[in-house]
Structure formats: C-alpha cells, structure tokens
Design a protein around this ligand. Structure first.
Ligand code: ADP
Length: 368
C-alpha cells in the first residue's frame, strides 16, 4: 500500500486547499494512505504530530477555503543536510515514500534536492543506527511530484500557477473600487501590486482594468519614462478622463536598474509644474493573496491534484521528478528541475538588466 504525503510550502495561494482535497480523495480512491504534513518543511523536520493521516471526510468543504489549512512556513533547517536527514527519518517512521508538494520554485527546488539525496540520507540513518536496515528496506526511492502554488504566475513551463487568477481577480476588483472614488474627485492613484520578478499580475491587471500606465520588471520603460508617462496621462485627461490609474509591480525597475517606486510616480503626477494631479498611493498587499479561490483556481487545483496522484503511481525510480503544469488548457506533466532552472534564468536576466532576454523567456505576449 502506497503512503503519500501532501505538503504546502513557501507563500500561500488561493487554490492550495482544493489541491490538497483532490490529492487526499484521489489517493484514497486509488487505495493509498494519504498524510498531511503541517507547516511546510518544518513539519517534515519536526515530525510527530505535524504528520497526520487524512480521512476522506476531513477535507470536506475545502474547495471554498482560501490559503492553506495545513499551514505553510519558511524552514531554515531544511536548507541544511542535517534538517533533511531528520525529515527522511520522520518519513520512514511514518512509512511515507512519496511526497506531493505545492509551493513556489524555492519549495520545489528543496524537494528535488531531497529526492536526489534520499538514498544517501537513508544509508546514513542506518550507519548511525538511527534506523535499522530492515526498517529502511522498503524506502529505497522517494517520489516527488510538484504542484505550483503561487499568486505571481512566475513559473516557467505552465500557463498558470494555482492562485494567480484569484489574485488577478482581486486586484481588478480593488481597482474598480478605487476608480469610483478617483473619478469622483478627479484624482490619480498609483497602485502597487505583488510580483518581485514577474510582472504578470501588473500586466494583466493593467489590461483588464484599462489602466493608464503600468510598470513591470521584465520590460523597463525607456530612459524617458517620466516624460512618456506624463504625456500619456495628459493625453487621457485631455480626452475627458477624470481618473488616472498607474499600476506598478513591486519589482519594477528603470533601464539603469534603479527601482521605480510608487512614491516616485506619485511625485511626478502631483508635480505642481506639471500635471498637478491630486495623487494617492494604494499598496494592495496581502488582500491579493487572501480570500477564497476563484472558480478557475478551484478547478485547476483539483485537476492538478488528481494528476499529481497519478504521477506518483506511474513513477519509476529512473524518471526525473515531474511537476504538474497546464498548457493550452490541458493538464500536463513536465520535468520539474528544467522549469525551475528556466524560472531562475528569468530572474537572473532581470538582475543582469538583460531585459530583452527576460521578456523572450516569458510565455506571455507583450508588445509596446
Ligand atoms: P517559495 O517556495 O514560495 O519559492 P521559498 O523560496 O521561501 O518559497 O522556499 C520555501 C522553503 O523551501 C524554504 O523555507 C526552505 O525550507 C525550502 N527551500 C527553498 N529552497 C531550498 C533549497 N535550495 N534547498 C533546500 N530547501 C529549500
């Protein structure tokens, strides 16, 4: 009988609970025992009560619950081999040989490292007499399957991450709220949205709300972005628009690599010598992350959770760890580490100010 564990790690996102529910129920349906690991990698390292078996009925109602009900955390101990050794011991003690993990690229990198070290870790547990050879015999290999939970939609190789459409919907709703008051007072608003290395949320929200101007990490505006933005806003105002909305991703930079902050934009719009607009800043913050998942994320989490269990049951010791993606509306399995490397490459290109390369690595189409 297979024993599969499901864990959420890194930043939470709406749709993680539907994914957990699907893993639990598909796993049980396929005759497996399914365990929940609480508090991310912390639960694996500490073991005990943080690893608990799930019954079918325990995930009832989880489709409409936001965040993750099994908790998530950043775990320093898991970066160290000693922490991963403890985690391996706890997994063997619980008889778990497969781990489905829903998290961002950091969490998935950690999971793949754990998998590649697994035979050595188990051997070390025997050599140091923490476990007997008999105990570890059935646990020669560890299967890892990744699910990408992130509001940023920042993973290469998949069209959408679990949570990104909920966050996008939330942003659009918030911009609608702001627009009503902006119009009334003829004000300008600079709205900061999440996305450190990825402008997907800012770009899509800009398109979906008809924002006047957006700033994203992958495509810094030309050197004269100040003049450009003010000219666009002035043009819209001349056409009778009574509100100005500028959306800025938290990781936006100019071409020289200087951070573009909401304060800088506000100062420009409010400049007495220029547009002289009554300008306010709204940082949306964690409202983008919280709340229940939209229909798409419930559906995506569910279908991907089901596929993750299938991938565990199909895995052989030689197949590299997969992650579950969605491409052109089909749920697919793809090599995990390739996607992680591709994702890192975008972040590296942005850090190196090679913006053309960063843009070309993104799947989203974008033109001037
Ligand atoms: P995210 O998964 O959202 O990208 P983090 O990068 O913070 O978030 O990763 C979450 C957790 O995953 C970390 O706190 C750590 O426990 C584990 N982790 C991340 N990267 C690694 C790594 N290279 N090696 C081992 N564990 C890692």
């Amino acid at each position: 009988k297979r024993r599969i564990a499901i864990m959420t790690s890194g930043g939470d996102s709406p749709g993680m609970n539907p994914a957990i529910r699907a893993v639990v129920r598909m796993g049980i349906d396929k005759g497996c025992d399914v365990y929940g690991v609480y508090e991310g990698y912390e639960g694996l390292v500490q073991g005990g009560d943080l690893i608990r078996q799930f019954q079918w009925s325990e995930v009832r109602g989880w489709l409409s619950e936001g965040g993750t009900l099994i908790g998530t955390a950043r775990c320093m101990a898991f970066y160290e081999r000693a922490g991963r050794l403890k985690a391996a011991k706890n997994m063997v003690l619980h008889g778990i040989d497969a781990l489905i993990i829903c998290g961002g690229d950091g969490s998935l990198t950690g999971a793949d490292k754990f998998r590649s070290e697994w035979p050595d870790l188990v051997q070390e547990l025997v050599d140091t007499k923490q476990l007997t050879a008999e105990q570890t015999k059935p646990y020669k290999h560890l299967n890892i399957v990744g699910l990408v939970g992130s509001i940023d939609n920042d993973m290469s190789g998949t069209d959408a991450t679990i949570g990104c459409f909920s966050a996008l919907g939330r942003i659009c709703e918030m911009v609608d709220y702001i627009e009503a008051t902006a119009s009334s007072h003829s004000r300008a608003f600079v709205i900061e949205v999440m996305g450190r290395h990825c402008g997907w949320l800012a770009l899509m929200a800009g398109v979906a709300t008809g924002a006047d101007f957006i700033f994203i990490p992958e495509k810094p505006r030309p050197e004269k972005w100040r003049e450009e933005m003010c000219a666009v806003v002035a043009h819209h105002r001349q056409n009778g628009k009574r509100k100005t909305i500028v959306i800025v991703a938290e990781g936006a930079y100019d071409q020289e690599g200087n951070k573009i902050t909401p304060e800088m934009i506000k100062d420009l719009l409010a400049d007495k010598e220029g547009l002289a607009l009554d300008t306010r800043i709204t940082t949306l913050g964690h409202v983008q992350r919280g709340g229940s998942a939209c229909a798409y994320d419930r559906y995506l989490g569910t279908l991907q959770g089901v596929e993750a269990v299938r991938a565990v049951l199909d895995a052989t010791p030689d197949t590299p760890s997969p992650f579950i993606a969605v491409n052109e509306n089909k749920i697919t399995r793809k090599p995990l580490m390739q996607a992680v490397l591709d994702t890192k490459e975008v972040a590296n290109a942005i850090a190196a100010k090679d913006f053309d390369r960063a843009m070309s690595l993104r799947d989203t189409e974008f033109s001037d």
